[in-house]
Design a protein around this ligand. Structure first.
Ligand SMILES: Cc1cc2nc3c(=O)[nH]c(=O)nc-3n(C[C@H](O)[C@H](O)[C@H](O)COP(=O)(O)OP(=O)(O)OC[C@H]3O[C@@H](n4cnc5c(N)ncnc54)[C@H](O)[C@@H]3O)c2cc1C
Length: 1013
């Protein structure tokens, strides 16, 4: 029976919700050769992202962030998208589910609709389009990249349905369309339906119902957005005039503050308020006054503390720690009046503002809760899913996984990581898809352009405000037309969209273009899409060059339009000069070694290794110490009271007994070469002098971070001073000793958020609260004082903060300028600090002082192995991911992924999630027999090579060798394309394809010799 079931396991995964979480899950699954049915109840996929203007921490345009996921990449062939649909029932069990899906009528045949918009122009009332500020309005085609690219009709709003049908040139309107039910089988389900936002209606003191200039954060994003109701012009909804003074009020509908608010912290609001304030100043006017009223500034993510510092110091965003009491309006006046108390609560303040933005938090709406109940997953008191201990993506129903803001409030990078982790779990329950006949994407044969004069087309994309801000697109187009080889130049209103793609495609055909220059955003985001377009147009994909006029001209010279235009002209001229000399190139395909190297044997490393082994791949797990387990070995319980020790023991046992994992302890990495699919890494074992070489297709780095132990506040010199880690150990090992303590003081941010370590250690607030609760459970009479700067109990951690306060813990704020002072007096610890409410110095004589010292990257070890692997580190020596939002688990060297605290401080459960996400990304490579690795490789011209051996010595990967004919040879399958040999070769006998000397020189000539008018 078991055998039979296994045979019938389907390759299909049902993904509910097509926001960023659902899309990322679907893409990962497709890359791991699973088929995906992605259902979304909205008319287009994209979720919340389609409504945001730009997103932190990189502040780029969101539609551009989504674009790579929406483009027709080859792996998207395994993803079927069903919009206006939702799941109404799921029966069966893991591996063998049956889902019933209901689809509402669209009254448009999606296959026929070309998105031309004629129906909307002729019958705007029947074709939903303009949502105004309402993000929930039943819109479609809200933005140019909308997927699917098809309108929808509201027949009830149409008076002449026949005329509407006739207006469509494609015959796509189906007036008698009706709703449908369908049944599908699937092996796993991933729910990523997102979260709704708190409705501030009815809270009269906030004036949301009464005053148009009081808006929610999402409405403010709509106002900023080029696809919003004001086409990106920041104006007051009440009078259409630009605001001079804007206030943000945090924690609306979060942290249990208002009636109906969720108990959790919404995690993303502090950062998105800072972002909105920065963008307001950056994009509109520096002198617009922006003030954020907050309770605790929760910038706990990787490098988010820098973002906060930039907002405050570089952009002058005013931060006031206070909860405004009410928003009113004086009779006959247009301005809004905010009443609040000063930070010390001693003064009543009144201040006028033009607009107020309410940072409304996440909550689960009724419809989603009902769906979750139907699917049969357990929900918590706020209707978020209850997930398994140490597995934040596994619900109470086996085979049903969750990701994104539906699981817990979170931001984009964390949504992306969790989505990949959910994909990893779903891969376990499904089988790879059989060879799929839809796989052959029919592309026209490549036109041979050899011998043709360059016929270059230049397209200047105007991504709303991005390029448009400081750059006159028309002048740029006129200038491009004067450049040699350019036979067509055009400004395309909506950059990086299908409309643009279609326009370019048409121009290639009509004008016979053989090369393209795109003046737009970063090639990292859009290059693949334009390369795909070239292939579809029958041209070699390397005959396109992208001039990044958005980042390198519009953004850096945002307030200097003349300089921005000048720089953009130079960038376009350089790209034209270079592309004119571009040669058609052929991508390399490399076989994949289906084995993985995992470096680091802590929680993250073991989890990643087990996931990979579970998929049938051999794993080498290299650990530098003699034991597996890492820092978690010293932890007893999580904040949620999950038993860490039994979790670790089980993980170690499963790792040790998994036959596909080879554990190599007491070992270090000493050498590394090769490329994705075929790496070679050398290790030495402390006990064996001989080196050992491991060959592997992918590498996961999970080397962790170490508990910080700065010599502050008598740590190391007094018995009574300890870290949170040491306190937990003592509380479990010697509870009687802890029970005897009357006064305990904890100091937060010791060694974090300081000059030498500016970032937040993320884990310390929850650790202090966990231990404060533990002490108060052991001795309810104890007095626990927590001296903090901001309490950062994000997400569900907030309820434990409330609990600690209910149990009697006292939280007292200190500022970085006036930190607590600590002295040892008669064997006790005196801690003095300023109480901000009384504005007086207070001294507590403590039985013990507990320091929240957080985590710190092991700088010397990390520097050593990162230089062997050629991986960049951040300023504080954590691994730098390839792209914070698009590729938060991928490292810049293809085939390398990061998991756990090697990336940044995080909790055990977060490390486990990231480990699964890293495994998912690695599986995408390992499942393939061969992979395409681009064409940028070094090529030797043997006729001028002097066999001087300089390239042989210079190559960091040891690839060049002198061949039997006596000249240097470089195996394209092994070359990393770093260009070191090219720079070193004295005979100029080596060229780096895609960056050949003549192309670089052409760029320089354009820059220096051409008079750029
Ligand atoms: C005002 C604001 C600003 C923000 N700014 C930033 C920022 O700058 N940077 C950042 O990192 N994060 C930001 N965030 C957070 C970010 O938007 C989220 O982390 C992210 O979009 C969550 O993605 P998701 O896929 O989980 O959910 P969503 O994007 O909400 O997607 C959920 C999808 O599921 C669909 N769906 C719902 N129910 C069903 C159902 N029953 N059946 C089928 N489909 C369903 C929905 O239609 C939707 O398409 C911001 C959030 C807000 C509110």
């Amino acid at each position: 029976m078991e055998e039979k079931k296994r045979e019938t396991i389907t390759s299909r995964v049902l993904v509910i919700g097509g926001g960023l979480g659902g899309i990322r899950t679907a893409v990962d699954l497709a890359e791991a050769e699973r088929t995906v049915l992605l259902v979304d109840r909205a008319r287009t996929i994209g979720g919340l992202m389609t409504q945001l203007d730009r997103t932190f921490p990189t502040n780029n345009c969101d539609l551009c962030t989504l674009a790579p996921y929406l483009s027709e990449g080859s792996h998207r062939k395994r993803i079927e998208i069903l919009t206006m649909s939702t799941v109404i029932d799921i029966t069966g069990e893991k591996g063998h589910f049956n889902a019933t899906i209901q689809t509402a009528p669209r009254y448009i045949n999606q296959d026929k609709c070309t998105g031309c918009g004629i129906c909307y122009e002729a019958f705007p009332d029947c074709v939903h389009f303009d949502p105004g500020l309402d993000h929930r309005a039943p819109t479609c085609m809200r933005y140019p990249q909308a997927t699917p690219q098809a309108f929808s009709i509201d027949p009830a709003a149409c008076h002449d349905i026949e005329a509407l049908v006739n207006v469509c040139p494609a015959g796509a309107i189906v007036p008698d369309d009706s709703g449908r039910h369908c049944q599908i089988s699937c092996g796993a389900v991933v729910m990523s339906p997102g979260a709704a936002l708190f409705e501030p209606t009815g809270l009269d003191y906030l004036g949301y119902d009464a005053f148009p200039d009081v808006v929610t954060s999402l409405e403010y994003e709509r106002l900023l957005s080029a696809s919003g109701p004001t086409t990106g012009q920041l104006v007051r909804p009440s009078n259409g005039r630009p605001p001079e003074k804007i206030a943000w009020i945090q924690c609306i509908g979060s942290r249990g503050i208002q009636k109906g608010a969720a108990a959790s912290c919404s995690s993303a609001c502090c950062m998105f308020a800072l972002k909105e304030a920065i963008i307001t100043k950056e994009r509109f006017r520096q002198d617009i006054e922006t003030t954020i009223f907050y309770m605790d500034m929760r910038t706990f993510g990787k490098d988010y503390e820098h973002y906060l510092a930039r907002a405050r110091d570089e952009f002058g965003v005013r931060l006031i720690r206070s909860r405004p009491h009410s928003i009113t309006q004086a009779e006959g006046e247009e301005g809004l009046i905010l009443d609040y108390t000063s930070e010390t609560c001693t003064e009543k303040m009144t201040e006028p503002f033009d607009m107020v933005v309410l940072a409304t938090g996440f909550r689960i709406d009724r419809e989603t809760a009902v769906l979750a109940e139907k699917i049969g997953i357990e929900l918590n008191e706020d209707n978020y899913p209850v997930t398994a201990p140490f597995n934040a993506v596994a619900t109470s129903r086996p085979g049903v996984y969750v990701a994104g803001t539906f699981q817990e409030p979170k931001d984009i990078p964390e949504t992306m990581v969790q989505a990949s982790a959910a994909a990893c779990m779903a891969v376990r329950d499904t089988a790879p898809a059989a060879a799929d006949d839809t796989e052959i994407v029919s592309l026209p044969p490549e036109r041979n352009v050899a011998g043709e004069e360059p016929k270059i087309g230049v397209f200047i994309g105007d991504c709303g405000e991005d390029n448009g801000k400081g750059i006159d697109g028309e002048q740029l187009v006129a200038y491009a037309r004067t450049l040699n080889g350019v036979i067509h130049a055009a400004s395309v209103e909506q950059g990086c969209t299908r409309v643009l793609m279609e326009a370019i495609r048409q121009a290639i055909d009509e004008q016979g273009l053989n090369r393209l220059v795109i003046g737009g955003g970063s090639p990292r985001v859009s290059e693949t899409a334009f390369q795909e377009l070239m292939r579809q147009a029958g041209l070699n994909k390397y005959l396109v060059e992208i001039a990044n006029i958005r980042d390198q001209a519009a953004w850096v010279h945002g307030h200097q339009p003349d300089q921005a235009l000048q720089k953009a002209k130079e960038l376009i001229a350089m790209a034209v000069g270079s592309v004119a000399r571009a040669r058609p190139l052929v991508d390399k395909r490399l076989p994949v070694i289906k084995e993985a190297l995992v470096v680091g044997g802590g929680v993250a490393g073991m989890t990643a290794a087990l996931e990979l082994a579970g998929q049938g791949f051999r794993v080498y797990l290299v650990e530098k110490t003699a034991e597996l387990g890492g820092v978690a070995r010293f932890l007893k319980q999580t904040l949620e009271k999950h038993d860490v020790q039994s979790f670790i023991s089980d993980l170690v046992y499963r790792t040790r007994t998994e036959k596909r994992i080879e554990i190599i302890t007491a070992a270090s990495i000493v050498d590394h070469s090769g490329m994705v699919g075929m790496f070679k890494t050398e290790i030495v074992n402390d006990n064996k002098p001989a080196r050992r070489q491991i060959v592997h297709g992918v590498t996961i780095i999970a080397t962790g971070a170490r508990p910080n132990r700065p010599a502050h506040y008598l740590l190391g010199s007094s018995e009574r001073v300890m870290t949170q880690l040491e306190l937990q150990e003592r509380a479990f090992a010697r509870p009687k000793e802890v029970a005897a303590w009357d006064n305990v003081v904890m100091i937060q941010c010791v060694g974090s958020r300081t000059g030498d370590n500016p970032n937040c250690s993320r884990i310390c607030c929850q650790a202090a609260i966990k231990n404060a609760i533990k002490i108060l459970e052991i001795n309810p009479e104890a007095r626990v004082f927590v001296l903090y700067r901001d309490i950062r109990t994000y997400g569900f951690q907030e309820k434990y903060y409330q609990k600690a306060r209910e149990l009697g813990a006292v939280f007292i704020r200190y500022t970085v300028d006036v930190p607590p002072e600590v002295t040892e007096v008669n064997g006790r610890i005196d801690v003095s600090f300023i109480d901000p409410i009384m504005n007086r110095e207070v001294t507590v004589s403590a039985d013990s002082l507990v320091l929240s010292t957080g985590l710190i990257a092991d700088s010397s070890t990390n520097k050593a192995w990162s230089s062997i692997f050629k991986l960049p580190l951040t300023d504080d020596n954590y691994l730098q991911e390839d792209h914070v939002k698009l590729r938060p688990i991928d490292l810049p060297v293809p085939g390398f992924f990061v998991a756990g605290t090697a990336h940044a401080p995080k909790t055990i459960t977060e490390s486990v999630t990231q480990a699964r996400a890293a495994a998912s990304r690695a599986i995408a490579i390992l499942t393939k027999d061969s992979i395409t690795v681009g064409a940028a490789v070094a090529q030797v011209d043997g006729s001028i090579c002097a066999s001087c051996l300089i390239c042989v010595r210079a190559c960091p990967f040891g690839i060049p060798f002198i061949n039997a004919d006596g000249y240097s040879e470089i195996d394209p399958a092994q070359c990393h394309g770093c260009g070191v040999c090219v720079a070193e070769c004295p005979a100029k006998a080596i060229q780096l394809m895609q960056f050949e000397d003549d192309r670089i020189l052409a760029k320089l000539e354009e820059l220096f010799e051409r008079t750029v008018a």
